[in-house]
Design a protein around this ligand. Sequence first.
Ligand code: PEP
Ligand code: MG
Length: 852
Amino acid sequence: MNPFKEFRTVPDASSFAPVTLITETAAMRPDVFGGRAKCLQRLIRLQMPVPTTVALSFDAVRGIARGQMPDIGALMAPFGAAPLLSVRPSSLDPDWGGPGAILNIGLCDASHASLSASLGADVATKLYLQFIQIYATQVARLNPDAFHFDVRGGISAVRSALSAYEAEMDEPFPQDPAEQLSEVLRSMARTWEGTSARLLRQAKGAPSDAGLGLVVQTMAFGVGPGESGAGVIQFADSNTGAPRITGRYLSQSQGREALAAATGAIYLTHDTRGSSLEDENPAVFARLKAFGQIARTRLREEMQIEFTLSDGVLHIIDAVRVPRTVRAAVRIAVDLAESGIIPRDEAVHRIDVQAISAMLHRQVNPDAARDLILRAIGASPGAAHGKVVLTAEDAQAAAARGEAAILVRRETTPEDIRGMHAAAGVLTQRGGVTSHAAVVGRGLGVPCVVGASGLVIDRRGGRVIAPDGRVILAGDTITVDGFNGEVLAGEAPLREAQLDDAFQTLLAWADASRDIGIRANADTPRDARIASTFAAEGIGLCRTEHMFFEGDRIGMMREMIFAANSQERREVLGRLLPTQRQDFIRLFEIMNGKPVCIRLFDPPLHEFLPSDRAGMRDLADGLSLPLADVMARVEAMSEYNPMLGLRGVRLGITVPEIYEMQARAIFEATVAVSRDGLSVTPEIMIPLVSARREVQLVRGQIDAVASAVRAQSGVEFTYRLGVMVETPRAALRAGDIAQDVAFLSFGTNDLTQMTYGLSRDDAGRFMPAYLANQVFPDDPFHTLDLEGVGELLQIGAARARGSHQGVTLSVCGEHGGSAQTIAFCRKQGFDYVSCSPFRVPLARLAAAQIAI
Ligand code: PEP
Ligand code: MG
């Protein structure tokens, strides 16, 4: 569904009269006159009492900014003799801002005299003084200090203000309403063209040529005799979206004064806190309620209505969408659909995919003051505060004491995983969005900020030094905001995640509309539970190596690495087997029959070895080996380019015992859960493949293990074998490789790394310069490079399907959850994408929006 579709078939903007009286039938389009003008027309069509309004088109306002003023006499003709007017901005999207409204245009000595007769001298004088002040400062742009006159000064304050204006401008205050109006229009048009306004709106997504329309309206006075006043009413709560009448009304006021007033404003509905419009003027309240209902059903939106009472007569001045949090946006969209006002698909479309991530994680209260220490890359969403710790061990110790800790590291390595698990948040000096800290942080749902290159970490001194020189000691509290990459001093107030029924309903509707699968990358039972909560359709990637860092397993891994021969390796791995089997049993149980794709061991073995002397001494003690032997072995295993070295399937072939143990653990887990009535067809995935023969060799090993387990257990089972396409060669040879497997899953992290020849762990150092110089339009580890990496995906998918039509295709790199990747994969006929568990809801929504 394309919200702009309707514009394609209608005439172009130049065929609209640039200045148009808004009537039920006038030609009025939001992309020509702005959203406010269009909305006012809708209110008029709904028979609401809207004062006479004239709209100026974007073109008209552009002309005014260039000095081409439309015929003001003609513009003012619909308002009759000696009108008092307001002018309000009307851009396509109200969020783009714009100049503030100006009221009471036309007030001059003559109209002041006649208003004094009709509204009373005090009221007329107050309005005149306020208008002179606003005109002088906002239209003539005079120094506000020269216009501080107290309304209590009455007519003499007006005289002083008029003289001050004349003194500053060398000409009298304009007494001609037409001249006042021209100047107001000119100043608003120019404000919109100004650099700061342009930058502000572009930051909110406005295109560089976004236009401004203006609406000129007869003033409905909220001041004067009888019941006069102004107010604002809405029918849904801005925070929660729940149906609730809120707003304020202030007697003897205009515009939105009621919302700003410190005293005097009353509530709309009967309220124990004080008087209300409902009690004091039930007839008006009832009409407003009826208008709210009409606006909701006919404008298909929750509207905030601005109204005025003039001597008891109700006018509707304006209506805008109820301002709302994401949570409220979801509730409102769902309620509108459940009331039959909008279709479900439209409700799904109305929600901003990125914005909902704020509902899944805690966030820094947006209203709270922020003491910013630094700003880097927000790599795992959510916010957390805690005491600074500089080692993984300290993070664990803090967790054991029940204290929240923020783990601050130069970068994280697999050795830090337990510390990351224990930490409330992570901050690293190095790295980008696919660095270890970022990937693990997202997987764990731990807020993470990476690439804080200006940070100095003085581990020995137990302190870190911020880019501004501020010293933060270990134990000091900081807050990390993984949404925007900010690190704040102290304990910033946080807001809880807000999953509610409306959100679940919306996602269920999204599921009904989408046509590509969404799985989760989940390594641990905790991840799997989150994946399950977010209704992932299975696990698309279980990175098994993370399991080997837990508890005493790292010790066994090290023993295995130091084993003298295959027999010894098997013996150590045999001790790891039961725990690994238990890992898989738990994953199968949690996923309850949904597919679980387990990737065999991937990283270089040296990642399990200590990197410093103290660690090596510990290891030597543990293995009863001379320190020199341990050091020599570690040295011998080091590689110049470990990510291109002995890892993934290359390990599987050269040290086959690891994959054999893992395959056995997977099959024995399958047998175990099948005895409890759960039918599982495990998926086994081989990483870093670049040649078909690699697959055939590993397949032979795994088949042999499967046969052995079948024979030993007497239980029949099948499994699906797949390959991770992470090297450019695997993509190019996908036609070959696909013949031996049931599925191919594109690992776009490594594939991006290898296609660009760009280290995913180091790119953060120069990526900002590359982006600033537009070498890359985006960080390719963050946004899938459709031109290069995407072409490899396209080629790989086409060749794979060419030789094996039913082969399952997926993406499981970090790009998997983004709308852009989903759209691309869907177009290429992929079966599913797999992403971090916390991105699953976003991916479900994005996939539906793409399909609708
Ligand atoms: C990948 O390379 O895209 C992938 C999913 O694997 P990892 O991030 O574990 O290297
Ligand atoms: Mg990889």
